[in-house]
Design a protein around this ligand. Structure first.
Ligand SMILES: Cc1cc2nc3c(=O)[nH]c(=O)nc-3n(C[C@H](O)[C@H](O)[C@H](O)COP(=O)(O)OP(=O)(O)OC[C@H]3O[C@@H](n4cnc5c(N)ncnc54)[C@H](O)[C@@H]3O)c2cc1C
Length: 421
């Protein structure tokens, strides 16, 4: 119920983070409008792997990661690619990325992430129930599969980080794996199942359903590009857009990979980059794993979606503007065939679709979540990198707490925008 403390809040960006923030703000009694420059849900939240992994506490920059980089870059099937012309632009971010990967720091990052990702389903389910979207969210676990004991050993630290943060696992040998997931190649010798993890079988539909519910209960959406903020004596009075100013006394920046200039307009320099990723989908596949399954060596995920089988992954460092390199998506099909040998050798174009999207990434694999130092009624909620679908529900809750003036239920100090100053 709106109260005297209710605020007029503008949420910038209608991705998963934006709709979760708007939904929780609406529940807290605020009058909320979303500003969206494109189509709601068509940013990174459109084509991801759909994993809602409570166990996703492992940062991208891990000790020794830089020794893998040359091998990954030289391998055309590898999980990482770089447009060399973009190297000078991204070099400072890469330097921070490498510095973030010390043993001490990755333990701290994992500890910080667990409360954000760990309660993903608990924070999402109330929204999903209200929106009638239960059919899109599943808790069936997430399976990681390995082709050799050596590659499992290489992931030792990642599993240690998960275990020390309370993640429980079940391990399967080759025979057990075959029984668990008969569609998988017999080349896999180990599987690790995290039962607490969930997934959405249609990320776009999930964002759309949450948005529909938000609109039904009086939320508004304005199709415009936010440009910055109107201030009066340091106090927010409006959000500036390409369609004019919109009055607001609080704002949330959840514009994903495009958030940097909005923080910049308040004089804050946040090293946000995009890690571009791809997906390839097969309509009516011959075989499909029962639950999302990650190939630990190839670093891609096969997810059973309502609309087909989705292979998603890949990190391409090339900025926001370079055109997609669709070879990266087609590599996923080759890798997917090696994972699921029951797939056909050839597909007509009308059974395949490809997509490229922009993960919003900070070098230490933690989002920026907290008030702007310049204008505290502007809340930053962006940079969720590889785990934005998973961390969006809890992020939304935290945003609503901050704007309502309640202490957040999790420690957000590690996500401070000031940590890069
Ligand atoms: C291949 C791939 C696989 C992934 N798999 C997973 C996964 O399995 N699980 C997981 O948790 N995460 C996954 N991710 C990451 C996840 O998709 C992102 O972290 C998440 O979608 C980010 O959500 P967001 O709302 O911050 O950004 P977005 O979904 O990108 O939304 C931002 C929105 O802001 C709008 N916008 C931008 N600028 C402005 C402006 N100035 N004014 C108004 N609107 C603006 C955009 O149009 C867009 O709609 C994956 C990502 C990729 C690329």
């Amino acid at each position: 119920m709106p109260s005297s403390a209710a605020k007029r809040v503008g949420v910038i960006g209608a991705g998963m983070v934006g709709v979760c923030a708007a939904s929780y703000l609406q529940r807290a009694g605020h009058s909320v409008f979303i500003i969206e420059a494109g189509e709601p849900g068509h940013g990174a939240s459109f084509g991801n792997a759909g994993a809602l992994n409570a166990s996703s506490v492992t940062p991208m920059s891990m000790p020794g990661v830089m020794w893998n980089v040359p091998r990954w870059l030289l391998d055309p099937m590898g999980p990482l690619s770089l447009r060399w012309s973009y190297l000078p632009t991204i070099a400072p971010w890469l330097a921070r990325f490498i510095r973030a990967g010390t043993l001490e720091k990755v333990h701290a990052q994992a500890r910080a992430l667990r409360p954000l990702v760990g309660a993903t389903l608990e924070a999402l389910l109330p929204l999903v129930r209200d929106a009638g979207a239960e059919d899109l969210v599943h808790r069936l676990g997430h399976l990681y599969v390995y082709r050799s004991l050596q590659s499992l050993e290489k992931d030792r630290l990642a599993w240690e980080l998960r275990r020390e943060n309370g993640v429980e696992i079940d391990q399967f040998d080759a025979d057990q794996l075959r029984q668990l997931e008969p569609t998988l190649s017999r080349d896999y010798v180990r599987g690790v199942l995290v039962r607490e993890n969930g997934h959405t079988s249609n990320p776009l539909a999930l964002v759309q359903r949450l948005l529909e519910y938000f609109l039904r209960w009086g939320g508004e959406i304005t199709r415009a590009r936010a440009l910055g903020f109107q201030l009066d004596g340091g106090r927010l009075t409006a959000i500036r857009t390409d369609r004019g100013d919109i009055a607001a006394n609080a704002a949330v920046v959840c514009a994903g990979a495009w958030s940097k200039p909005l923080a910049g307009s308040l004089g804050e320099r946040i090293p946000l980059e995009t890690e571009r990723g791809y997906h390839l989908m097969i309509r009516n596949p011959e075989v499909m794993p029962r639950i999302p399954t990650a190939d630990a060596d190839g670093k891609f995920v096969a997810t059973p979606m309502d609309t087909g089988l989705r292979f998603a992954g890949n990190v391409e460092l090339a900025g926001l503007d370079a055109p997609p390199d669709w070879r990266r998506a087609h590599i996923l099909l080759e890798q997917g065939r090696r994972m699921l040998p029951g797939l056909a050798a050839h597909y007509p174009d009308d059974r395949i679709s490809v997509w490229m999207g922009h993960r919003p990434s900070l070098p230490d694999s933690l989002p920026v979540l907290g008030p702007s130092s310049a204008v505290p009624s502007v809340i930053y909620a962006f940079g969720h990198g590889h785990v934005g679908m998973t961390s969006a529900p809890m992020t939304g809750k935290v945003v609503a707490d901050l704007i309502t003036g309640r202490p957040p239920s999790i420690d957000i100090a590690p996500f401070s925008p000031k940590r890069f100053a």
